[in-house]
Design a protein around this ligand. Structure first.
Ligand SMILES: C[S@@+](CC[C@H](N)C(=O)[O-])C[C@H]1O[C@@H](n2cnc3c(N)ncnc32)[C@H](O)[C@@H]1O
Length: 200
């Protein structure tokens, strides 16, 4: 994201789009407990398109983002009684909150915006939140990405992503390395799209 575009501007523009495919893949892979509501975390949820889809699907959702404005809009548009299952948490990736035990952790196009010095702790929090059988769906960025070199962002090689996923069952793996569009115009994307499950 170029620094002349704010997260608030980007996030506000997201409302109205379809939920990301990474969420559909996560929902396909996730198992719902039979004795309680399923619990999801959306880390870097932005405007909350995926959060709203999860709420509509009956999930308890912990929606985490660093931007107050997007979270405020999400809370304002979520009506009772669905709102009782929404927990909006303002937190920076550099000081992640205690994450609840979750059946699903979704994080679309957000984890790379954690600075390198804080990434290991954030990733440990993500891994620690996954219940046995829980599913993680996220994107990580590789070294061919246009944003590579931004000191506030974290990038990984394919081998490094596999290391991050060690001990998880890889349900879906796709490496995107090519030209595409973005909110700010044409962009070269180098993205690892992963869905993984913690073994039971
Ligand atoms: C590219 S947007 C993705 C939003 C949403 N998940 C989506 O798929 O549209 C990245 C999100 O990460 C959040 N973010 C960026 N840096 C952050 C940080 N250091 N701490 C917390 N959230 C951050 C931004 O506010 C933004 O909502």
């Amino acid at each position: 994201m170029p620094h002349d575009v704010s997260w608030d501007e980007y996030n506000a523009h997201q409302w109205g789009r379809e939920p990301r495919r990474s969420l559909a893949m996560a929902l396909d892979a996730a198992e719902r407990p039979s004795d309680r509501d399923p619990v999801a975390i959306d880390l870097g949820c932005g405007e909350g398109v995926e959060v709203t889809a999860l709420l509509a699907d009956g999930w308890v959702v912990h929606a985490v983002d660093g931007e107050d404005a997007a979270l405020d809009r999400l809370v304002a548009r979520t009506e009772t009684p669905v709102a009782e299952r929404l927990h909006a948490v303002r937190a920076d990736f550099t000081a992640p909150p205690d994450l609840p035990a979750a059946d699903l952790v979704h994080s679309s196009y957000a984890l790379p915006y954690c600075p390198p010095a804080a990434f290991d702790a954030l990733w440990a929090a993500v891994r620690g939140a996954l219940r046995p059988g829980g599913v993680l769906s996220c994107q990580l960025f590789g070294p061919h990405d246009d944003a590579f070199g931004d000191p506030e962002m974290t990038f990984h090689s394919a081998d490094q992503v596999r290391d991050l996923l060690a001990g998880l069952e890889i349900v879906h793996w796709a490496e995107e390395d090519g030209e595409g569009g973005s909110y700010t115009g044409p962009r070269h994307w180098h993205v690892f799209h992963v869905v993984a499950r913690r073994p039971v």
